[in-house]
Design a protein. Structure first.
Length: 457
C-alpha cells in the first residue's frame, strides 16, 4: 500500500462536489419555481462535454423557467448521478494506484423492460411531485400519496429494488414532516435517494451473470444493522479452479429482524441463509461449484453449491492472495463514493489518538480509523485496534479516505493473536458471545410466544 497517495489531493474533486451541493440547494426549495438557478446552470455546465449535454441544458432551462416535466427531472437526476460517478471513479482510481491492484473492464449490459411499465411511471410521477415541492415543501399528504404505488411495487419482484428504496425514503420523509419546520435538512442524502429513485424508474441495465468454480478465501465480514433489518457482507478472494487470476468478490445476506434482537444475537438470524458465516468463524476456505457470480463481483449465494474447505487464515490470504486479486468493475448506477469499500491489508503503522478517534500513521501520513463501524456482535473492539500491529480493513471515502477495521493482529500475553469482527458469525465459545446469544435466544422465544398468542386470538 502506498498510503501517501491517500493523503494527496485529487484534482477536480472539490469542484465536482460543489456542483452537486449547488444543485441540491435548489432541491431544498423545490423545482416548481426555483429561486436559485445557479445550481441548475452549474450542473448543466459540468456535463457539457458528455452525451448528456443537450438534454441537461434543456432541462436546466425549462426548470429555471418553471416549465419542466418529468423527462427534464430525469435528465437532471442523471446529470447529478454522472457527476457523483466521476467523483467515484477518481477516488477508485487513486485507490487502485495506492494498492497496485488491477481493475476489470466493465462488461456489456443488456437493457431489459419491465412487464408492468405503469408502476415505474407512477413512481416517477410521485418523485417529480416531490422535486417540485422541495424538501421544505413536503407534507403528510404529499408523502402518503406514495403508499399505494409502493405497495404495488413491492408485490413485483423485478421492481423490488425501486420499491425498497422508495419505501425507506417515504418513511424518512414522513418522519420529517412538515418540511417547513425542519431545522436541518439532510440535503445530500435526500438528493442521493431522489436521483437514484428517478433513474431506477427507467428500463434497467441487467448485469452479466456467470458461474464460477474454485476456492473462496474469506477476508472478513461487514455487519450492517438497522432496527428492522440486518445484513452481513463477506469480502473474500476467489481463486478459480482453472488457475486464472484471482479476484475480489462479495457474498451478502439480508434478513428482517425485530428491534429487540441486537448484538451477537443477529448472527442467529443470518446463519441459516449463508453457510459461509461458519467458514468465517472456523477460519476455513470454501469450495464453490458453479456458483452464480455477477460482473460486479457479487456471489449470488446458494448453500448447495458450496462446501467447507481447508483451513485458511485471513491474514495469510491478505498477505499473499489479496495483492494479486483483480478488483471487479462497478455498475454505472452504483458509482457513488459512499459505496466504496475496498479491502486492504496494512501493517507497520504507528497509532495516534484514543479509542474514539484513532489514526494510523505511515511515515508522516495519517489514515483515519472508523472505530464506530466496528459491530458489537463480535470480539473486535476499538481497544484491540488501538494496540494492533496489522489490520485487514475496508478503505472508504467520506470527504477523505478512512479505514474500517475487519480484523487485527494484536499481542495478548506476549503472543500474536488475530481478532476478527465476524469471529462469532458461525457460533462461539467465547463467554461474552455465548451470553449475548442466549439473551437473543430468549428474546426470540418471547416474540414467538407472543406472536402465537395473537394468532390464536
Amino acid at each position: 500500500m502506498r498510503t501517501d497517495l491517500l493523503t494527496d489531493p485529487i484534482a477536480g474533486l472539490d469542484e465536482a462536489l460543489a456542483v452537486v451541493d449547488a444543485f441540491d440547494d435548489v432541491l431544498v426549495a423545490g423545482l416548481l419555481r426555483p429561486q436559485k438557478i445557479a445550481g441548475l446552470t452549474e450542473l448543466a455546465e459540468a456535463v457539457a462535454g458528455s452525451p448528456l449535454a443537450s438534454r441537461v441544458a434543456e432541462a436546466a432551462e425549462k426548470t429555471a423557467a418553471g416549465a419542466a416535466g418529468e423527462e427534464h427531472f430525469v435528465s437532471l437526476a442523471a446529470a447529478r448521478i454522472a457527476v457523483f460517478g466521476s467523483v467515484h471513479d477518481a477516488v477508485l482510481a487513486r485507490l487502485a494506484e495506492a494498492t497496485g491492484r488491477p481493475s476489470e473492464e466493465e462488461s456489456i449490459r443488456q437493457v431489459s423492460e419491465t412487464d408492468m411499465p405503469n408502476l415505474p411511471a407512477a413512481a416517477r410521477s410521485w418523485l417529480s411531485d416531490l422535486a417540485r415541492a422541495g424538501w421544505q415543501g413536503i407534507d403528510h399528504d404529499l408523502i402518503s400519496a406514495s403508499a399505494q404505488v409502493i405497495s404495488a411495487l413491492l408485490a413485483e419482484p423485478s421492481l423490488r429494488r425501486l420499491a425498497v428504496l422508495l419505501d425507506g425514503f417515504a418513511a424518512e420523509l414522513a418522519a420529517s414532516c412538515p418540511g417547513a419546520a425542519l431545522e436541518r435538512v439532510p440535503v445530500r442524502r435526500w438528493g442521493d435517494l431522489w436521483s437514484r429513485g428517478m433513474l431506477l424508474t427507467l428500463p434497467a441495465a441487467t448485469p452479466a451473470i456467470g458461474t464460477v468454480t474454485g476456492r473462496l478465501l474469506p477476508l472478513g465480514v461487514d455487519l450492517l444493522e438497522h432496527s428492522t433489518a440486518a445484513q452481513a457482507q463477506v469480502h473474500a478472494v476467489f481463486e478459480p479452479e482453472d488457475g486464472s487470476t484471482p479476484r475480489l468478490v462479495r457474498a451478502s445476506v439480508t434478513v428482517p429482524k425485530p428491534d429487540t434482537i441486537i448484538g451477537a444475537g443477529i448472527w442467529q438470524l443470518l446463519r441459516p441463509h449463508l453457510s459461509l458465516l461458519t467458514a468465517i468463524s472456523e477460519g476455513r476456505s470454501m469450495d464453490l461449484a458453479e456458483m452464480p457470480l455477477t460482473a460486479e463481483g457479487d456471489l449470488l449465494w446458494q448453500d448447495e453449491l458450496a462446501r467447507l474447505g481447508e483451513p485458511a487464515d485471513a491474514f495469510s490470504t491478505a498477505r499473499v492472495a489479496l495483492p494479486k486479486a483483480v478488483t471487479p468493475a462497478v455498475a454505472p448506477l452504483d458509482r457513488h463514493p459512499v459505496r466504496i469499500a475496498v479491502p486492504v491489508f496494512l501493517e507497520g503503522y504507528g497509532i495516534e489518538g484514543d479509542e474514539d478517534a484513532l489514526t494510523f500513521t505511515f511515515a508522516g501520513n495519517h489514515l483515519a480509523v472508523e472505530t464506530d463501524r466496528i459491530p458489537a456482535a463480535g470480539p473486535l473492539t476499538p481497544k484491540a485496534v488501538a494496540s494492533s500491529s496489522a489490520c485487514i480493513g475496508l478503505i472508504r471515502w467520506d470527504g477523505g479516505f478512512r479505514l474500517q477495521p475487519l480484523a487485527v493482529e494484536t499481542t495478548v500475553r506476549k503472543k500474536t493473536t488475530a481478532v476478527h469482527a465476524g469471529a462469532w458469525a458461525g457460533g462461539t465459545t467465547d463467554k461474552a458471545g455465548v451470553k449475548a446469544e442466549k439473551a437473543a435466544t430468549d428474546a426470540a422465544a418471547v416474540l414467538r410466544e407472543r406472536a402465537g398468542r395473537l394468532l390464536r386470538k
